[in-house]
Write a protein that binds this ligand. Structure first.
Ligand SMILES: *[C@@H]1O[C@H](CO)[C@@H](O)[C@H](O)[C@H]1NC(C)=O
Ligand SMILES: *[C@@H]1O[C@H](CO)[C@@H](O)[C@H](O)[C@H]1NC(C)=O
Ligand SMILES: *[C@@H]1O[C@H](CO)[C@@H](O)[C@H](O)[C@H]1NC(C)=O
Ligand SMILES: *[C@@H]1O[C@H](CO)[C@@H](O)[C@H](O)[C@H]1NC(C)=O
Ligand SMILES: *[C@@H]1O[C@H](CO)[C@@H](O)[C@H](O)[C@H]1NC(C)=O
Length: 517
């Protein structure tokens, strides 16, 4: 040990052997105390490590089980080749919670999960190891997965966990999990949508460019008529196992329920308690509650939806037909395009691209086309503050045309309302009213942009600018490399869900909610 591990004298060797035997006995004791076989560990103690072998064939590698064996925590393969940590509902293989580090791991590389007062996920990235994720500010002695699917880090003497996965939801809430002002938003697994809590309401938002641009709301549910007075408690929500989502206020007399979103099965008392429930922000932008029937018999088990926030059909969803799509409601909702270049989605590639800037104001010289349509409206009009009332279609359009933060304008016809869309244009809805008109800016797709001839003088100036830019780019690149190198050395690449901007839009886009799919 002391001489760089060159060989021990017999006394040291004996000591090491004795120590190993003692710690093995201790481990057995801890396991024995929980009354579980070695294959289904229900408690991790300090010093625990588990490794994920590079390119392992199993899409989920559990390291910890809930006593009820319905849930397990372990390494999860996401999309074609990313690695994450997750709590999985074993009967359905559905991840209920994911660590979602700012940088996902690579399934084809070895990774290590260790517990030494904090849980840490590291990956071997070339010559160094990189910390991908860590439970911050939460020292503990044990890690357990509860029957509720809550992953908890605990101090021996303390009743409350020092860290719990319930405080960091991914796209799903389960019964007993508080969704509070301190919780990060629920983010759909494709990262396009978010559920946020306001002082007196919950709201669904579209996310653009990984949350870096404005996130417009498209659905809102108020729990109180009036928001609480400043300084007062704010509402929080909790899925109740009996079949509803309750909204609560903490007051002097303890918790007070102020509102209920009840599910279809709420009244069916015979089902209560026997069901496992979840509420998930799905990839289509709808918030749904599901139950998993655990009743016996040979019936095929599946998730059954028992609540959806947007129940007006497909055209009620904000991106039903994609960017610049037009959703035509009916028994079979149909997708068309606002733009003329294609008749069915995907309608226009330029508007939704992460590479292009979040804001037209960053690219005031970008070439824009304009599309005007009659008989268009938007499903979430109530969530758009009207820019003007009692105005004309021409004035409505002009307000948008001269404003680079505006992507489109909708004129409400007889009502005289004018709505400006200050975020990239998504799906509009067909509305059989000729007075309802829309005006939309369309960024020209790069490859179609025709280049006009330039005067030689302009070319020379451009060349000088370009050389300068290349030089600056090389310098910036060097600085970034240098900073990254230093940071890696300090092992500082640590991010927990919700503390940073959501990255990895591309890799996430291909991820699946259920790894079985
Ligand atoms: C968890 O579930 C198991 C098996 O269903 C049960 O024996 C145990 O008592 C439960 N634990 C708690 C804390 O409810
Ligand atoms: C949820 O909030 C209630 C009321 O504040 C509290 O009693 C309960 O322990 C919380 N549950 C969890 C899992 O934190
Ligand atoms: C909010 O504050 C007011 C006065 O500050 C108080 O009277 C009221 O009870 C508070 N409401 C809640 C729900 O705490
Ligand atoms: C709407 O505008 C017209 C003409 O500008 C005006 O005569 C009318 O009073 C306005 N109506 C309201 C409700 O403001
Ligand atoms: C430009 O549009 C944004 C929203 O689309 C609006 O908030 C802002 O007031 C507008 N600016 C002007 C000068 O009209």
């Amino acid at each position: 040990m002391r001489d760089g591990g060159k060989g021990y004298d017999p006394a040291t060797a004996f000591l090491i052997t004795a120590l190993c035997a003692a710690s093995a006995a201790l481990l057995l004791l801890v396991d024995g105390a929980k009354g579980d076989e070695d294959e289904f560990p229900t408690l991790l103690i300090n010093g625990f490590t588990a490794t994920h072998a590079a390119g392992s064939p199993s899409p989920f590698e559990p390291v910890l089980y809930a006593p009820n064996r319905a849930f397990a925590f372990g390494f999860l393969r996401v999309g074609p080749g990313s690695l994450d940590l997750a709590v999985v509902h074993l009967p359905s293989s559905l991840p209920l919670w994911r660590a979602t580090p700012a940088r996902l791991g690579d399934w084809s590389r070895p990774a290590t999960l260790s517990f030494d007062t904090t849980l840490v996920l590291t990956t071997a990235g070339g010559p160094d190891t990189t910390v991908l994720w860590q439970t911050l500010n939460a020292a503990g002695d044990t890690v357990a997965l509860l029957n509720s699917s809550n992953l908890v880090v605990r101090r021996y003497a303390r009743p409350f966990p020092s860290w719990q996965s319930f405080d960091y939801p991914a796209d799903t809430l389960v019964a007993g999990q508080n969704f509070t002002a301190a919780s990060p938003p629920l983010i759909s697994s494709n990262r396009r949508f978010a559920l946020r809590l306001g002082a007196s309401f919950i709201a669904l938002h579209m996310e653009f460019y990984g949350g870096r641009a404005r996130s417009p709301a498209y659905w809102r549910h108020s729990a109180l008529e009036e928001p609480p007075a400043a300084g007062n408690a704010t509402v929080y929500g909790r899925l109740d196992g009996r079949g509803f989502f309750g909204m609560y206020l903490d007051g002097d007399g303890g918790e007070r329920r102020v509102d209920v979103l009840s599910f279809d099965t709420f009244a069916e008392a015979n089902l209560a308690g026997a069901l496992f429930r979840r509420m998930t922000l799905d990839d289509d932008g709808n918030l749904r509650a599901y139950y998993w029937a655990d009743g016996g018999g040979g019936s095929t088990k599946a998730w059954t939806a028992e609540y959806e926030a947007i129940s007006s059909g497909r055209c009620g969803l904000p991106t039903a037909c994609g960017a610049y799509g037009l959703c035509v409601p009916g028994d079979e909702a149909q997708c068309q395009c606002l733009t003329a270049d294609t008749t069915s989605p995907p309608c226009h590639a330029g508007g939704d691209d992460e590479e292009t800037a979040a804001d037209l104001c960053d690219h005031v010289d970008a070439e824009l086309d304009v599309v005007r349509r009659t008989r268009v409206s938007v499903a979430y009009k109530e969530q758009l503050p009207p820019f003007a009332t009692n105005t004309t279609a021409a004035k409505c359009e002009a307000a948008c045309a001269g404003n680079c933060s505006c992507w489109g304008a909708l004129y409400g016809g007889a009502s005289g309302y004018c709505y400006l869309i200050d975020f990239p244009v998504e799906t509009m809805v067909y509305d059989a009213d000729d007075a309802k008109v829309g005006y939309f800016k369309v960024r020209k797709v790069q490859s179609q942009t025709r280049r006009r001839g330039m005067a030689p003088g302009v070319k020379a100036v451009l060349a000088v600018v370009l050389v300068g830019l290349v030089g600056a780019g090389a310098y910036v690149g060097y600085r970034m490399w240098e900073r990254k190198r230093r940071r890696r050395g300090e092992g500082m690449m640590v991010q927990e869900l919700g503390t940073g901007p959501y990255k990895d839009l591309k890799s996430m886009a291909s991820s699946n909610n259920s790894f079985k799919a």
